[in-house]
Design a protein around this ligand. Sequence first.
Ligand code: FMN
Ligand code: SF4
Length: 438
Amino acid sequence: MTTPRPETLAKLTPVLTKRWLSPDAWRIGTYEKLDGYAALRKALKAHPDDLIQLIKDSGLRGRGGAGFPTGLKWGFIPQGDGKPHYLVVNADEGEPGTCKDLPLMTHDPHSLVEGVIVASYAIRANRAYIYIRGEAVHAARRLRNAVQEAYAKGYLGRDILGSGFDLELVVHSGAGAYICGEETALLDSLEGFRGQPRLRPPFPATHGLYASPTVVNNVGTIASVPYIVLGGGDWWKTMGTEKSSGPMIYSLSGRIANPGQYECSMGITLRELIELAGGMQPGHNLKFWTPGGSSTPLLTAEHLDVPLDFEGVAAAGSILGTTATQIFSDQDCPVYATYRWLEFYHHESCGKCTPCREGNYWMVRVYRRILAGQGTHEDLDTLLDTCDNILGRSFCGLGDGATSSVTSSLKYFKQDYLDYIEGRTAPKLSDKQLVGAH
Ligand SMILES: Cc1cc2nc3c(=O)[nH]c(=O)nc-3n(C[C@H](O)[C@H](O)[C@H](O)COP(=O)(O)O)c2cc1C
Ligand code: SF4
């Protein structure tokens, strides 16, 4: 393990993670001692429209993957329409490699609760939901405990802190389906239906939960709000880059010495993140990596200095996504890694549309064939052709995301595929695992 240089250490900007290591950080007493609920008191004195403007001015962009401007989204909620408004927090966090929302809710659940109250006040919602991934039992327990504590202190419920604003907050556990992270599938699931994406338009801003105006935001997005209210938009913009403002929690996993969450200004590079994480594991050299989870095209050692913000990663031909950087070395096989991701997408495909349901089914079979040493050169064309029929032709982003690692691994690592096909690499799968591959 290597020690990061002081100038690289200085790139850490703990904002959302700043309380994580405090003893009992998840308790309301600790939270209040460390500025907790001060933003709420400040926000309740402001006009809701001014809060929406503040979030617009801060340049905050959604932390759920697409980077949509948060203030703009809040501004889409029609006001004075006489309908109930809802805030729904997307805490599904199912993207492989992504691990920023669950630690946040486990270590500092009150920052999310406080963000929910401020955001609900801004969009004039009197009911909010946190939809948390079913398997995240520990985080859900912490969150429910925090909600109870907030009710007991008068931060939730009727006439919050004497402001006349009422808010009920419900923590809802899903059943563990990746597709329920897609915002419209999430809404269907929350309403008690099978979680499948909805046709858009209409968009959730006008026809969301129970056909009413709804904002769906990621955990990290909403948890950023109290800091912006307290620190101001200009302070927020001192971190990050011109179009990607603020700090970001990068979750690092794979062949590095210290996997974990590193909160840095947006625009940091993978080279710097690896240094912060103590370097690569001994004996491993970087071969490929995902900048934002398995739905984002792979990058390589050539991309170590790409700024990890929305624009920088896009310019390098990938997507910032969830900032889940999964790091693979020269001892890992890009063909096998892609196959494992495809098994995931095939399993999680909700089946609503043909390109994703059938395309992933067939691609898994082609990969099994290649990895069992029975692939052909034609298989590589079949994979690209199948991706072509999925990308842009699927009903939701799951289908598009499934193609990312296939096309990018073929772009950068075609030789690894050829080595299986032409017999230079020993098969990784046995004939037994090949069932149904022809
Ligand atoms: C298949 C799929 C899974 C998704 N999973 C999540 C998720 O777990 N958490 C999340 O915040 N966004 C997820 N999203 C993105 C959401 O649809 C939505 O864009 C996001 O919750 C909006 O919040 P934001 O504007 O704060 O980023 C997913 C999208 C797709 C297509
Ligand atoms: S792309 Fe896949 S997950 Fe999305 S609607 Fe189609 S079948 Fe369902």
